[in-house]
Design a protein around this ligand. Structure first.
Ligand code: IDP
Length: 140
């Protein structure tokens, strides 16, 4: 399996509870390497653009408000089959449905405040990485 990259966000519910290290440890233990990381406050425009695919969904306004409610940590993760590996360790969108041992089962608060984002395809990973990082900010 090839070494690839994916994009991750540690969401405001996790930064608020000081869980940046706990989340990162679970990512690292799953075989992913953090090759870029920065703590930012997303602007409303950035959050709306990032989640544009969801703009017709009933939860869109709340999701944007949540994502700008506190700092987030945006990361590029590298590893074998990184997109799937990250989705596996994240767990299901709704923590109530997530498997034991996943980030969302162990740490998330709710279907919205679910602690992490992870790209769902290689194509989206490339787009999302480029949305937040310049190539020279990624150090593999
Ligand atoms: P994913 O993050 O597991 O890929 P998506 O369906 O892409 O899930 O949804 C993006 C984000 O929108 C979720 O992580 C969650 O924060 C939020 N979300 C998804 N479904 C709901 C919902 O039914 N109510 C509230 N928020 C939701």
């Amino acid at each position: 399996m090839a070494v690839t990259r994916t994009f991750s966000i540690i969401k405001p519910d996790a930064t608020r509870r000081n869980l940046t290290g706990a989340v990162t440890k679970m990512l690292e233990e799953a075989g992913l390497r953090v090759v870029a990381s920065k703590r930012i406050r997303m602007s409303r425009e950035q959050a709306e653009g990032f989640y544009a695919v969801h703009k017709e969904r009933p939860f869109f306004a709340d999701l944007v408000a949540f994502m700008i409610s506190g700092p987030v940590v945006v990361q590029v993760l590298e590893g074998e089959d990184a997109v799937k590996r990250n989705r596996d360790i994240m767990g299901a969108t709704n923590p109530a449905n997530a498997d034991a041992g996943t980030i969302r089962k162990e740490l998330a608060e709710s279907i919205e405040a679910n602690s992490v984002h992870g790209s769902d395809s290689e194509e989206n990973a490339a787009t999302e990485i480029a949305y937040f990082f310049k190539p020279e900010e990624i150090v593999g």
